[in-house]
Design a protein around this ligand. Sequence first.
Ligand code: FAD
Length: 469
Amino acid sequence: MTLAMPSPAETLFETLKAAFPETILQGPEDLAGRAPGEHPDNFAGGVMALPASTEEAAALIRFARENRAPVVAQGGRTGLVGGGISRAGELILSTARLNRIEAIHAEERTVTVGAGVALEALQQALHPLGLTTGIDLASRGTATIGGMVSTNAGGILAFRNGVMRHQVLGLEAVLPDGSVFSDLTRVIKVSAGPDLKHLIIGGEGAFGFVTRVVLKLETRNPERATALIGLPSAGHALRLTGALQARPALQLEGAELMWAHYFHDSAKNHGFDTGWLAPDTTAVLLTEVSGESTEQAMEALEAVLADLWEEAGITSGLVAQSLTQARKFWQLREEAGFIYREHPDAPSFDVSLPPGSLDRYVADFRARLKAANPVWDAYVYGHMADGNLHISITHVGHASETDKLAIEAAVYDGVRDLGGSFSAEHGIGTEKRHAWLTYTDPVKRNLAQAVKRALDPDGLFNRGKVPFA
Ligand SMILES: Cc1cc2nc3c(=O)[nH]c(=O)nc-3n(C[C@H](O)[C@H](O)[C@H](O)COP(=O)(O)OP(=O)(O)OC[C@H]3O[C@@H](n4cnc5c(N)ncnc54)[C@H](O)[C@@H]3O)c2cc1C
């Protein structure tokens, strides 16, 4: 009889169980049957610990350090760039039990939450108080505050409230040496030397395991009107959005743009009639405004559209007549899964440009793509008001390394010169490694790697991921 050697995951699991009898742990068998989230390799490491407090997380991290086991932080696992993937011998540290909304300071408009609180759960707790988070994403049901901090998430409201970095007032995180970085201030103004929490925000788990967060809050404006507006260009959409923002009776709550190819295919997949849309439309703006009441918001929106119809170059428009119809409009923009059902390997990108450069960028990018391979095509859509485009390349099939580099060049060349970023809101993870090494200023890259080596000399936190030190 031959005895199989235990795998690195089984060895780590058994050692952990002996060292942490009170901690909730999951091993290879527990994780085998669970849905891994957005990346199939999220659970590949096979061992997960679910600390219920900062102290427990710190003890686990010290254990990992002593046993030289790399640590992978995971929140809702909705990340789109493979930042949460794990490998054999690595310990997944989940924030699922750090899920307490600890204190809502309604008058101060701040909230202190555990890193594992899901965005939508927080929004639901705030809504009865007339408050909400200043940030919103389509993955709200599952994405956690800790994950959003770590990726510096953006979303629908970034044009107005900024990104996650601008929402975080205070932060607590366990550093790779097991010490606790505690900076849970509840104030906007802090001018007390370098604000090091910003290293952890957007650090994708490389510099610290986020355990608690203090967020700013915004007024909730539930009385909404929503419209789809056909336009000749992104420039027209930007001007129309500016005009809506200038109307005192309205508050702009969303300005998402779908280029015609994306819009028509999304509509087809969602069974949505596009007969109302003029054929000469380049892009469709999904806009939402709030007002004192739904009726007032709808009347004011219709009045603005009528006033600006010719000046803004509107080709056609549809104002939602019910909440159900408004939800359907949002579905066209937010549920883009049809792309990957038809093109499972479609390379996907998330770039940002100054909004005034969107038309030029999209035209140049399409020309570069067609020059590289006339068969390739692209869906383009995104958060127009802050210049964030999501791009999915179709008809590529299984891309060779040469194809991947050609596509990357078509998408990224010129982005930096126009004043944009090759990664807007999804992060770097494992999938944007080549882009980070190619398109990040070398001085900035070296600095990030030097800081990583100083804080995490053994490279334990999110090994093999940004900043690739
Ligand atoms: C349908 C859909 C729509 C989306 N829309 C948007 C959008 O509009 N805007 C946007 O910005 N993103 C969007 N995303 C991407 C994703 O939701 C965000 O990146 C989100 O911030 C990830 O949160 P999470 O809790 O799922 O993190 P995870 O996926 O679990 O982790 C993401 C990264 O953060 C690290 N991490 C997680 N928790 C911690 C922690 N506590 N401490 C340290 N590191 C940690 C992980 O190691 C990983 O590198 C979307 C995703 C989907 C599926």
